[in-house]
Design a protein around this ligand. Structure first.
Ligand code: EPU
Length: 424
């Protein structure tokens, strides 16, 4: 898609490297995006700090501007002011990033009606928005879907609404929690809610702006709708997936280092897996030390919604396990087809088979450099780690995937000794 917009696709060239040293983690993409979408509900000026400078964040800012907001983004601070004026979010913006769909609820609350394109297919598997639609209907939205567009209007709803999500969807929980926060006089309960730290961060942001929300971080969230949200300043949480990616890259290359500026509790399951597989882990207040000098041991991993093992670290842990002693299994329960990286890893010498949503990884002695293609954000990050582990030279194509979600990836890897070049 980016080729059509005149942006030339680039690629990374990697050489085997032992990653050692300290790396500082940026603000969380998946917390910043829903907070930016929720900013549509705030009438006064807003300042959001620790926002990572990434393609996805730039896309969300483009959406806010398209809708009429005035937005400035400098030094990881987003300043937002002005009113919502336009009710249409065009396909060109939604197709770039599915999280754009989360502006629908706020947009309709501000203007009475709105139109957002239906997100299309996605490289990590089927990603419908039926839970969002079901929840919005319960919140009194009249919704029509035609020609790939979602048209929504606000009508009245019950004074007490219970939404039970069939699966703890992160996006649906965030979209519905945000929208419910400005339904004046309405009490909403979201059952089977996602518990991810990014949902908690969104609750903290909304409450700081005057919302009344409790329960985020558990399976039940309670929202008491208010009349107005005020402006203010908020700092986004550190990116646990970026932190996990660097921790895994250090451990996988038999290096040692400190991943700084993080909330270690957000990744407890990863620290446990690293320890069980032979990597030394020391947890500090806001950083984690990892030492991957030992040969890795195989392990079985069940990918689950938080607090389970995160799907956004599944490709990266698979690379780490590809050279472990023994056979590991990874069962992917969130995006059952999120395995496009497997064929590319096999080209690099890994022994992996996928059967019915389960990857079976037979550890090999070493990976060997090859030309491979990234298919989505985390798959590309995993291939970059594989490039640092492999003998010889690796080319990872489709650079834009990883640039969507990792701030300053080249200087950060270079800072810990990664031999990486970005060619465009
Ligand atoms: N689902 C439905 N219907 C819906 C919504 C979700 O069936 O209406 C299903 C999905 O198909 C999937 C499961 O529920 O099988 C979980 O999807 P979820 O809604 O939780 O995912 P998301 O909100 O679209 C966010 C992250 C993803 C991350 C997932 C799971 C953002 C912007 N994106 O997506 O992040 O993988 O949660 O944790 O927060 C990434 O950063 O690389 C990334 C893909």
């Amino acid at each position: 898609m980016l080729i059509n917009e005149g942006i030339k696709l680039g690629y990374f060239i990697l050489e085997k490297s032992h990653l050692n040293g300290e790396v500082k983690i940026s603000g969380a993409k998946n917390a910043a995006l829903p907070i930016l979408a929720a900013s549509l509900l705030v009438d006064d000026g807003l300042e959001i700090k620790n926002v990572p400078d990434l393609l996805d964040v730039r896309t969300m800012i483009e959406i806010l501007k398209t809708i009429g907001k005035s937005v400035k983004f400098e030094n990881n601070i987003v300043k937002i002011s002005g009113d919502v004026k336009n009710k249409v979010v065009p396909y060109d913006l939604v197709r770039k990033m599915r999280a754009s769909f989360n502006v629908l609820g706020p947009l309709v609350l501000k203007l009475g009606e709105g139109q957002v394109s239906l997100p299309g297919g996605c490289a990590i598997g089927v990603r419908p928005v039926d839970f969002h639609i079901m929840g919005l209907k319960k919140l009194g939205f009249e919704i029509d879907i035609e020609h790939g567009e979602v048209f929504a209007k606000k009508e009245n709803c019950e004074k007490e609404v219970i939404i039970n999500l069939p699966f703890p969807s992160v996006g649906a929980t965030e979209h519905l929690m945000t929208t419910a926060s400005l339904l004046n006089g309405v009490k909403v309960t979201i059952e089977n809610a996602a518990m991810e730290p990014e949902v908690v961060d969104l609750q903290n942001f909304l409450n700081k702006m005057g919302a009344i929300i409790t329960g985020a971080g558990t399976r039940k969230i309670f929202i008491k709708g208010v009349k107005k949200l005020r402006g203010g300043s908020y700092t986004v949480v550190p990116d646990r997936i970026e932190a996990g990616t660097y921790a895994l890259s250090i451990a996988a290359t038999f290096g040692e280092g400190l991943v700084k500026n993080i909330v270690p509790e957000h990744l407890e399951v990863l620290w446990e897996v690293l320890k069980e597989t032979g990597t030394d882990v020391k947890i500090f207040d806001k950083s984690v030390y990892v030492n991957g000098k030992n040969k890795k041991k195989a392990i079985n991993i069940n990918v689950q919604p938080y607090p389970g093992f995160p799907t956004d670290l599944q490709p990266q842990i698979m690379v780490y396990l590809s050279v472990a002693h023994g056979t590991s299994m990874i069962i992917e329960n969130v995006f059952k087809n999120r395995f496009h990286h497997v064929d590319e890893l096999v080209r690099m010498g890994a022994k992996i088979k996928v059967i019915d949503g389960t990857a079976i990884i037979e550890g090999v002695e070493k990976l060997s450099g090859a030309k491979v293609e990234g298919t989505d954000l985390r798959a590309t990050a995993a291939l970059i780690i594989a490039g640092f582990m492999a003998d010889g030279v690796t080319e990872v194509h489709n650079d834009f995937h990883v640039l969507r979600g990792y701030e300053n990836i080249i200087p950060k890897f270079e800072g810990i000794g990664g031999k990486i070049k970005h060619l465009r």
